[in-house]
Each structure stands twice: as structure tokens, then as C-alpha cells.
Design a protein around this ligand. Structure first.
Ligand code: GN1
Ligand code: MG
Length: 355
């Protein structure tokens, strides 16, 4: 099938070297090298993205818009096939091909706060350059993706339907998740009171979704635009907190390794604010720290719910994999919550310095 895909893009499949690339949980990715040219090939997970055409439409609309209003901005859109299609589709399988951005690389963990700074700046810039874009034009590629109230309901449903053995194995994690229900309650209030502005949001701001420059370490741009949809800034800032603060990621099972780094927190704040300060409302700025709790909690609920539902969403390598991931996220959430007073101080010191 891959050969057929490459041919559809006008490449000589026989002369292409194809190697697995990256480590996303959802789509499959390869790097294609041929005649000194490099590409990124992806097979879209159509269980998760049931209408990949919606993603393709979004990227096309944004590309057209940015070509007009911000031609300098590097927007990494998929290439077209020789018949001008934005996707290759056959027998229900969907593929797309991207140009490989020269001198770019990605990292999987934040080892220096500067990396977090550059990434936060790139995600902030993405939303900023699209500030005036009419969000209602965008397709919703996954409905209710970051709707925490829905994730909470799905968790409650899973509790009702799960087998007793699983409920007992996950007793401590379920209890911990219940202790953080206030995070979902606060979200509901924010929505009811319309405290958050709808913006163009990336919704997957992990560090490996930012391209960095090999020579300078500076940010080049953002990738993985599948979940670019109308949303709230707490999703993007929150997922950065979730994935940059700790040197150990969501797969870590030695939970002592999960720590929350204040210098990385400041780097995220600086990078994002440098781009978004003028755009965020006062109310939104006050939700900067809450955004981490919002996203870490949502991810904990998603992993725990999937464990209880017999792993229908996330791929697992052993029976308790999703439970371990949930536990990991709950540990991170607990440590994050203990750091809130410190984060407030960090922000206030920095703001003071700026004045
Ligand atoms: C999925 O495939 P990946 O790693 O980019 C998920 C994110 C989760 C993440 C957790 C569409 O992203 O929301 O935060 O796993 N994406 C989707 O690792 O569900
Ligand atoms: Mg992704």
C-alpha cells in the first residue's frame, strides 16, 4: 500500500527509503528519503479521525489565509497528490505526505527550560497569527475533544459499566480522580459564564509537535495539525504544563521521577506570554495556572476511563498500561497542585521584573 501512496504523490516508490518515525499514539508516521529529498508520510487513524477530509479542509483554509495575511509564517501543510487531492484514500485507509522541513528536529522530553520557552512561543505565535481568523469556519475534527464535562461523564459511565475486578484494581486511582472533581466543576463554571474566548487552538502541544532548528535550537513551527479547531487557550497552555514540566513522561512508572520544574514553568509562561499577552483577557491570564490542572486531570480521566472500558482508545502493551498512565497523571496532578503557590510567586516575580 505504501508504494501505491508514494506513487500517487509522484514519487518513484522503488527509489524511496521508508523508515518508521516519531512515536505518536494515534497516527502512524514514516520518514521517506529519495534522491536527497525527504518527506513525512502519515497514515491517519480513522477510528479517531472519522472524517480526515475535515482535517485536510482545515489545513487548506488556514494555509490560504496565512499566505495572505502572514506570508512569512511557516505553516506546514500536506502536499497534494498528482491528481491534486489533499489526501490519498483507498479501501478506507487514509494517507498524507508532508515536506520534511530542512534543518529541523524534534525532541521527546524537555531537558532544558529554553526548549520549553521556544515551544511555548511557537504555540503562542500560532494562535496569535490566527487571532483574526473566524473560528466558525473551521471544521471540528473531533467533537468535544477537550470538553472536560464530557470526559467526566464518560468516566462516570465507565464506573457504572466496568467489571468489578477492574474497579477493585483501580480503587486508589478512582478515589484520587474523585478528589479532583472540582477541576471539572470549575471548568463548567468557566463555560457557563463564558469566561474563555474561542480561538484557533492546536490541542496537542506536546514538545515533539514543535520543530526546532538543528543549528540554533530556536523554534521553527508547529506540526500535527489534526486537532487544530476552535477552542480555549487553557488546552494549549495546559498540555504544555502536562508534558514539559516533568522530566519523566506519561509512560513513566517510577513515579518518584515525576517532578514539577519551576524553571520550566517560567519558560512556558514567558514564551507564551511574549506572543499572547496582548490578546489574553485579564480573566484568561488568571487561568494560566489552572490550565495545567485542567489538562492533566483530563488526561488522567481519559487513561483511567480507557482502562475501565477495556482499552478501546489507547494502544496498550500490557493489561494495566492505561491504569499506570492514569496513575502517572494523577501523581503529576498532585505534585502540580502542591506547586501552585510557588507558580503564583514565579509569575508575580517575573511580572514585577518586567515593570
Ligand atoms: C494522543 O497521538 P498523540 O500522542 O499525538 C491524543 C492526545 C493525548 C495523547 C496522550 C487525537 O496524541 O489527546 O494527549 O495521545 N490524541 C488524540 O499521549 O486523542
Ligand atoms: Mg497528535
Amino acid at each position: 500500500m505504501i508504494e501505491e501512496v508514494l506513487t500517487a504523490y509522484g514519487l518513484n516508490a522503488e527509489k524511496c527509503e521508508v523508515a518508521a518515525f516519531g512515536n505518536g499514539l494515534i497516527n502512524k508516521t514514516w520518514k521517506v528519503s529519495t534522491n536527497g529529498k525527504r518527506y513525512i508520510l502519515q497514515k491517519v487513524n480513522t477510528n479517531v479521525f472519522q472524517f480526515p477530509q475535515l482535517i485536510a479542509e482545515n489545513t487548506l483554509m488556514l494555509k490560504d489565509y496565512l499566505d495572505r495575511i502572514a506570508p512569512q509564517y511557516l505553516f506546514i501543510a500536506p502536499l497534494k497528490t498528482i491528481t491534486e487531492a489533499t489526501l490519498f484514500e483507498k479501501d478506507g485507509a487514509v494517507y498524507r505526505l508532508f515536506p520534511f522541513v530542512p534543518n529541523s528536529f524534534t525532541i521527546d522530553t524537555v531537558t532544558e527550560s529554553q526548549q520549553a520557552y521556544h515551544a511555548a512561543k511557537q504555540f503562542g505565535k500560532f494562535t496569535r497569527v490566527l487571532e483574526a481568523y473566524h473560528t466558525e469556519n473551521l471544521n471540528v475534527t473531533i467533537p468535544d475533544f477537550h470538553n472536560l464535562s464530557l470526559r467526566e461523564r464518560q468516566f462516570f459511565d465507565a464506573l457504572k459499566n466496568a467489571n468489578p475486578q477492574k474497579l477493585s484494581t483501580a480503587k486508589a486511582e478512582i478515589e484520587s480522580a474523585n478528589n479532583f472533581l472540582w477541576i471539572a466543576k470549575q471548568y463548567e463554571e468557566l463555560i457557563a459564564e463564558q469566561k474563555l474566548k474561542t480561538r484557533v487552538i492546536h490541542h496537542d502541544t506536546k514538545i515533539n509537535n514543535v520543530l526546532l532548528n538543528i543549528n540554533t535550537g530556536l523554534g521553527i513551527g508547529v506540526i500535527d495539525l489534526d486537532t487544530v479547531m476552535p477552542g480555549y487557550f487553557i488546552s494549549d497552555v495546559g498540555d504544555m504544563m502536562r508534558t514539559y514540566l516533568s522530566p519523566a513522561n506519561e509512560e513513566e512508572t517510577l513515579f518518584d521521577k515525576i517532578i514539577v520544574r519551576a524553571d520550566v514553568f517560567l519558560a512556558i509562561y514567558k514564551g507564551y506570554m511574549e506572543e499572547m499577552r496582548r490578546s489574553l483577557t485579564h480573566t484568561e491570564m488568571q487561568l494560566f495556572i489552572y490550565s495545567g490542572q485542567f489538562m492533566i486531570y483530563m488526561q488522567a480521566l481519559r487513561f483511567l476511563t480507557d482502562y475501565l472500558n477495556n482499552d478501546i482508545y489507547y494502544p496498550v502493551f500490557h493489561p494495566e498500561h492505561n491504569l499506570m498512565r492514569a496513575k502517572n497523571q494523577l501523581v503529576l496532578l498532585t505534585k502540580y497542585t502542591k506547586s501552585v503557590a510557588n507558580f503564583e510567586q514565579v509569575i508575580s516575580d517575573y511580572e514585577h521584573e518586567l515593570k
